[in-house]
Write a protein that binds this ligand. Sequence first.
Ligand SMILES: [Zn+2]
Ligand SMILES: [Zn+2]
Length: 252
Amino acid sequence: MLLQPLWTFLLGHSSLLCSPFFPVIFSLSAYLCCCLPFLLLDLLSSRWALPRSYKLQPQSSVSWASVRSCLALTLYNHLMFILPLTLIHGYLRPIQLTPQAPALPHLLAQVLVCLLLFDFQSFIWHLLHHRVPWLYCTFHKVHHTNTSPSALTTEHSGAWEMLSLGFFASTTPVLLGCHPLTELAFFLLNMWLSVEDHCGYDLPWATHHLVPLGLYGGARHHDLHHLKSKYNYAPYFTHWDWLAGTLYTQQD
Ligand SMILES: [Zn+2]
Ligand SMILES: [Zn+2]
C-alpha cells in the first residue's frame, strides 16, 4: 500500500518506462548522478584539508585526464554494447507492467536477497578473473589501471566485464520473479553501492559504518583491493572473503 502512489505515478509514465531506449538512458543518468557527489568531494578535497581527511589514500588525487578517460570508456561501452543489447532484449522480452505495487517489506526482502546473490556471483567471477592470468590480462586488468580508485573508476572496465556484471545484476531479480519496482530499487541500490565502493572516501555515513559487526566491507575493503589486488574480491559483504581466506581489513 505504501508504494502504490509511487507505482501509480510511474505507471503514468509507462510509455517512457517501456521505451527500448529507457534502460540505457536511465543506467547512464543514474550512474552519473551517483558519481556527482563524489566528484564534487574530489574537487573540494584538492583545496581543503577537511574533506581530504576522509580520503582512504590521502596522497592520491583525481586528475582531469583520468576523469576524461573514465567517462569516455563508460560512454563507449553504453553506446557500442549496452544500447544494442538492451534494444534486442526489449524486443525479445517486452516489459510487463502490473497495476499493483509490491508490499514494502516484500520489496525490501527481495532487494536484500538480490544483493546477497549478486555479491556471491561477483565474488566468484572476480576471484576467477584474478586467479586465471589470461582472464586477468584480457579482461580485468583495465579496471585495475588506478590503484587509488575514484567514483568514475566504477565503470572503468572493458565491455566483457561490464556486460557480465550487468547480466548478473539484471537476471537475478528476474529469476526471483521480482516486481518491476523491486528491480528498479535493486538496480539503484546496486549502482549506488558499487560507486560508493570506488569513491575513495571513508565517510562517517558510508554503508560499511551503517551495517554492524563488520559484515559489510564497502569502500574501505574495495579500496584495499585496488591497492593490494590479492584480497577482498566480494564487492559488498565480507563473509565470502572471510570463508575463502582472502579478507584483508587493515592498511599497513
Ligand atoms: Zn573496483
Ligand atoms: Zn580486481
